[in-house]
Ligand binder design. Sequence first.
Ligand SMILES: [Zn+2]
Length: 485
Amino acid sequence: MSTSHINESKLKNLFIRNTLTGKKEKFEPLKPPFVTLYHCGITPYDYSHIGHLRAEVVVDVLRRTLRFLGYTDIAISNFTNVDDKIIKRAKEEQIHWQEIPKRYIKYHLDVTKKINNLPFCVYPKVTEHIEDIIKFIQILIKKGYAYIGSTGVYFEVDKYPYYGQLSKRKNKELWEQEIEVLKDKKRPYDFALWKFKKPGEPYWNSPWGEGRPGWHIECSTMSTKYLGKQIDIHSGGKDITFPHHENEIAQSEAALGVNPWVKYWFHIGVVTVNGQKMSKSLKNITRAGDVIEEFGAMPVRYYLISSHYRNVLDISYSDIEAKKKEYERITGTIKTLLTIFEDIEPSYKMEDRDKNLFYDIMKSRARFITAILDDLNTAKANLILNKVDRLVNREVLTKPNYSTVLAAIDFYSTANRFYATWDDLFKGKLESQGLVHNLIELLLEVRGKLREEKYYELADHIREELNKLGVIVGDDDKKSNWRLK
Ligand SMILES: [Zn+2]
């Protein structure tokens, strides 16, 4: 391992690529220690696929990185639970439209939990925020940024001078090509804030007529409601930079009178399958739950983290399989290290060989952190992780020494603070062993004695109190057993 100089400031600060400026910038939140984050969530009209999972895992690593640096993240993610696709799907299945989002939100929450993502503080649904959305649109009308047409209420793009700043699309003809054209709009690129109802569609009352909100306005409204007028980070898939995020900025900056509305725009690369975009017609949509079922949640998480978040991730089962092997090898190393460390005598002296090894591992730990803080370069961090794992297997496990084993455990537990793929090894250790374990055993031994002496009331009391603490006690004929709830 090389021992080149490590830049100290790069160990303490996060640098992220900001789509708004097109540059990699030092991350400085508006109101430290808090960091507000809004992630554009899914439209639940179908099963979440591997692309959704990747975006959410990347945001999860970003949140864990913020926590590593001592920030308090306040992160929310929405559900667009009323939408053309949802209505279409309900018609196809001949069920009430609300059944569709109900089914797929449950699926989405289930897969993101399985993959060990931190939960979001709130998952605002559009249908729960209609009043707020109406108020937001009223502000836009009052300020002269929106007008009422015959099919809906529209945002007048020409009134907002900075349109195109995020996606770098300054050419209006290009906007026209990419946006749905409706006849009653002043300009083809004006976009809907409120859509008047069509027969058979869900609708709500509004000052302008019955209808439902447009897609973009929900994110502006709900982020403002929970995170305030300006937010630190807005994340989402790269594919929705235009027009969705561009429109969110226009609405928010026009209504709220702030600039910039979002300090850092964080975009995650799309996922392809064998080089092609996932689509129904190609029948190559990979459901998140299916991949987890096939390879296991933690190997999939490890795989998703191992590539750079901004790059296109081309999914192939052979790549996931290869990463799974890597994950299992590293898991084996950690288990062995933890077992060795239980019985090892502390070092009272370090030989030169071990001292050099110790410093190599510690330097790699610093390099690992530096890679993560450098725009979440998990691809580089993953190379360091594997390099260390080979070194540990070759030099540490073959000739274990207290200090080198400790350095290695420290390295892996640091990696786990971002990867969160070995939580069970590091946390399970504390729960199942040590003081807690011994105390429960002791209590049960005392309880067994009480039962022998027929002090059943006291014995039951111990069982009930343990139950309240999350320890479930069962009684066999001779001996009691216990497990954690
Ligand atoms: Zn959004």
